[in-house]
Structures are given as C-alpha cells and as structure tokens.
Design a protein around this ligand. Structure first.
Ligand code: NAP
Ligand code: FER
Length: 333
C-alpha cells in the first residue's frame, strides 16, 4: 500500500495536525512517460504554507483531499519511459507520499555516490539554488561587502552566509536562539550571529556590522527586517527571498514605514523566485557541489522519520524547530 498525506482542511493561522490526514491507497502504476518512484526523503518547505491556503499564486492551490505537494528524492522501481530505468535515483515533485508516479519530464537524475540523497532537496536542491541566485544574481556581491541574512540557520540562510564567505564578504546571520547562533558562527564560520529572540537586533547590528550592511538577504520580514533597514548602506541591495514571519498571519499586519531609508540611501530591493533562474541550474548546482566538496559549504539536516511525521515536521519547521534543512525520511534508497 501507499501511505500519503492529504489536505483535510485549510489552515487558519498556524497549521495544526488536524489540517492533514494520512490515508492508504494501492501503490499506483505508472502510465506512458512516467516512472514509479519509491520516495527516500521528502522536503517540507515554507512555500507549502501558501499552497495549502487556497491563495492564488504561480501554481494552483492544493485542494481539500489532494496530496500535499512537495519535492522528494527516491529510487525508480518501475519505468515507462526510456529516460529512466529501475534503480535510478531521481529528484522532483512527488508530494507527501511513499510512492509516486511523476512524469519523467519533471524529474532530475541525481547521483547517490556524489552526495547523500537528502542533499538534493537541500543544499544541492531548491533551497541551495535560492541562496545562490538571491545572493549572486539578485543582490550581487563585491569582496569586502557585509552580507546580513535573516533565517540564518535555515536551509537557505545557512548557505547564504557561506557563499558570501566564498565571495570574500563578511557574513552576519540572524537566527532564533543561542544554539542556532552558535552553529552558524562555530561550525559554518559566519563572522557574527544575532539571536533575534534574545537580543535587540538593531543594537546588536552596531557591533555585528560596524560598517553597515551592503546586502540584506531577507528570509523572514516583520520586526527583524524593520531592525535591519536603518543599518543599510548607501547603494546597498536587499534580496527579498521570503517573509516567513507573515505566512501564518490571518490579516496582513501593517508595520512601521521604513522605506524612507531606501530613498536616502538609494537602496535597491528586489523580490525573486528561484524558478526565474532555472536555465542556470546546471552551472549553479555544479558550483555548489564543488563548494560542498572543498568544505566551504557545510550543511546539516533535521530529519523526521516516516510519512506519519510529515505534518508535524512541516508545522515544526514553520515555528523554528529545525536547524538546517528539514527533511522527512521515508525509506532507505
Ligand atoms: P528554513 O529557514 O530552513 O526554516 C524556516 C525558519 O524560519 C525556521 O527554522 C525559523 O527559524 C524561521 N522563522 C519562523 N518564524 C519566524 C519569525 N516569525 N521570525 C523570524 N524567523 C522565523 O526554511 P527555508 O526553506 O530555508 O526558507 C527560508 C525562507 O526562504 C522562507 O521565507 C521561504 O519562503 C524562502 N524561500 C524563498 C524562495 C524563493 O524562490 N523566493 C525559495 C525557497 C525559500 P528561527 O528559529 O531562526 O526563527
Ligand atoms: C517560497 C515562498 C514563496 C517559495 C515560493 C514562493 C519556492 C512563491 C509564492 C507564490 O508565487 O505565490 O519559499 O519557494
């Protein structure tokens, strides 16, 4: 049988486990052009909060009763396409389920000998690419810049600070709690970390970024971002990647109006989607993999076990329970 998680109800505010339902169906059979994949790891990501909300976006929302969308990695166990054979490892959108029959067009082959399979939904997957494009193509960095990243101990943010280092920048991370802050400065080599739950971010930036901030990579929005804006330098750049502090909001909060800084300092802010840069994925992933091999790009994962823990892993990630990338392990490849 195939166990899968479907949307039971549209969450209001912070999602609860009752918004999701585990169900059992027969293992599907692939049609022409499809593969049957046994999933090893599935990804839980912040964007899924938007997809289950019913809000209109670049993609159709998940409807009640439908399998929750999401990327996964696994092994092909039957194939009705000449592009993949049984035994191949693949990454793609397969949803929260143990077996899936994705179309071969939507799958990328991955090498289980080059990196652990879970890395292909993390540092060598969509979150890693987001860090790479947001920093290098959206913001743009010069050696000597101070790069500040919020969500600094998460999947995207932890890569941003390290790529900034590769490019000769000072890396300042903002994250929740001393454990996360200690990890990014200790293990990952960030130059400074600010615990937004325990410190005044604006005050702390005076010592963490004494020359101001040249690039702000924003993953969270809200009060953390309000505290960074006054520290932005003349001609600094803001890459607006995510606003996770707002994803569970029921009414759009009205915040302080800090855009005056953008006029005075001629700041450029740009939102982006990782998919905008798809044509560069092969080059970017090769470069990211080379930094992982050289030890310049480290990563960690928070691993939940079993399809029955997917909803709690997702809810936990939205609340900050993860350090590094949150994944759910379903089977050994
Ligand atoms: P992640 O950072 O691994 O996990 C989410 C983290 O958000 C939590 O661990 C938590 O860390 C933090 N958080 C939750 N509520 C917060 C709040 N109120 N204020 C500050 N921080 C809060 O997730 P990710 O996959 O790397 O994604 C990070 C951001 O990038 C998200 O906003 C996501 O939407 C965005 N993103 C954008 C794109 C794109 O194409 N634009 C692609 C991928 C991801 P703390 O313990 O530090 O609070
Ligand atoms: C994300 C946040 C938002 C993300 C995508 C979006 C891929 C896109 C939302 C939309 O188009 O409505 O983390 O990651």
């Amino acid at each position: 049988m195939n166990r899968r998680v479907v949307l039971a109800a549209r969450p209001v505010g912070v999602p609860t486990e009752a918004d999701f339902r585990l169900e059992e169906k027969p293992i599907p059979t692939p049609d022409d052009g499809e593969c049957l994949v046994q999933v090893s790891y599935l990804s839980v990501d912040p964007y899924m909060r938007g997809r289950i909300s019913g809000r209109k976006s670049y993609a159709a929302p998940v409807e009640i009763g439908q399998v929750i969308v999401g990327a996964a990695v696994g092994r092909v166990i039957a194939s009705k396409t000449d592009r993949f054979s049984a035994g191949d490892c693949v990454m793609g959108g397969m949803g929260w389920q143990e077996y899936a029959t994705p179309s071969a067009d939507l799958l990328r082959r991955v090498d289980p000998d080059a990196a652990p399979l879970s890395a292909y939904i993390g540092v060598l997957g969509m979150p890693g690419l987001t860090a790479y494009y947001g920093l290098l193509k959206v913001a743009g960095v010069n050696p000597g810049d101070t790069v500040c990243v919020s969500g600094g101990a998460g999947a995207v943010g932890s890569a941003v600070g390290q790529i900034a280092h590769v490019k000769g920048c000072r890396a300042v991370g903002i994250a929740g709690g001393p454990k996360k802050c200690g990890w990014i400065t200790g293990e990952l080599g960030f130059d400074a970390a600010i615990d937004y739950k325990g410190e005044d971010v604006g005050e702390a930036l005076k010592t963490a970024a004494p020359d101001g901030v040249d690039v702000y990579f924003d993953n969270v929005g809200g009060p953390v971002t309000d505290a960074v804006f006054p520290h932005l330098n003349v001609r600094s750049r803001v890459a607006i990647c995510g606003q996770i502090s707002q994803y569970n909001a029921i009414d759009a909060p009205v915040g302080p109006r800090l855009l005056w800084h953008f006029i005075v300092k001629r700041i450029r802010a740009q939102g982006f989607l990782v998919f905008d840069f798809r044509e560069h994925d092969d080059v970017a992933l090769a470069e990211m993999a080379s930094w992982v091999r050289s030890g310049q790009l480290k990563y960690t994962e928070t691993v939940a076990e079993g399809i029955e823990s997917a909803a709690s892993a997702f809810i936990g990630m939205l609340g900050g329970a993860n350090i590094g990338k949150q994944v759910v392990k379903l089977s050994d490849a």
